[in-house]
Design a protein around this ligand. Sequence first.
Ligand SMILES: *Cc1c(COP(=O)(O)O)cnc(C)c1O
Length: 376
Amino acid sequence: MSTLEESINTTLEDLHRKDLARSLLETVPHAESPGNMTCNQQSLLSFSSNDYLGLSQHPRIMDAAKEAINHYGIGAGASRYITGNYPLYPQLEQQISALKQTDGCLVFGSGYLTHIGIIPVLVGRSDLILADKLVHASIIDAIKLSGATCMRFRHNDAEHCDELLTAQRSSYKHCLIITEHVFSMDGDIAPTHILFDLASQHDALLLTDDAHGFGVLPDWSKHPAHIYMGTLSKAIGAYGGYVCASQSLIEFFTQKARSLIYTTALPANVIASAIAALTFLQESPERMTKPLAHARYFTKLLDLPPAVSAIVPYVIGSSDKTLEASQQLADNGFFVSAIRPPTVPKDTARLRFTFSADHTEADIETLVGVITRFRI
Ligand SMILES: *Cc1c(COP(=O)(O)O)cnc(C)c1O
């Protein structure tokens, strides 16, 4: 065996010993009852999906996808620069930029590809990135690719960000501040107004990742940023990522972002689904109030601090206890995934509950009953 293979095997054994191995479970959604799925031969109600509005299973949106397949086929054939830029793309981009109230929008293959595309063209070796301690892995990967110096400020601590700006900004040419609007594993909200002001004072730009706010928090455009990034894969129920910004930034990304240029365009049905989902939400905005209301009901029943987004973290600490709790919930009919390091910091393994418009108050009461009964 080569030393490379030996070292791979050691790493794998280590992951299993520390309860940190991930497993790809087969999940089959129940088309008839949104949010329910079969996993490991068990029928479970999911409190783990990012499909906050249940739109991935919505008949009207599925019809829009089918119609797009009939019209355009199933694959784009090449990148947007070659054969893949069907008229659905600008239609979706106009729809998103109108919602976000920005000059322009550019749609990418996914949220991950959006970060990988935009961050390395914004900043490089002589520049500084200040990023919240808890930003998503896709941001970290994009930062590495950029070659810029990166410093992390304490989670949601704008004062710490200010200190770093004051001490470091003048040593670098350009500066980019990065945070999430709603944090994916904690469900809390960034102080974007303060960070935006700091960016303006220190000749920096603020980039916010709104993967978990877009379509879930009823106002589409109320948090300030210079560059808004988001995904169409969560509340919108489809797939793809976007960036919204000024016309010149969008033009710059269109010219330069390698993950836009060197990858195949999205299938037309995916774009049609996103358009149909956004249209549906503009007509029925009340649906967007439900995930947060459900999360609030959950935190109220359990006497937890009131939820501020559709995500409620329930920190247990050790990975094995978290896996056990997740299994106990599964045995009682609920799918709640165990989130472990390195997705979250060491010793903060947790159950991450997410709430959907399709849950009912009775579902939440039953879930809380199980948590209380088993002292999870
Ligand atoms: C899911 C997620 C992404 C990536 O989006 P995809 O469209 O799934 O690639 C980026 N940032 C955050 C915070 C996320 O939770």
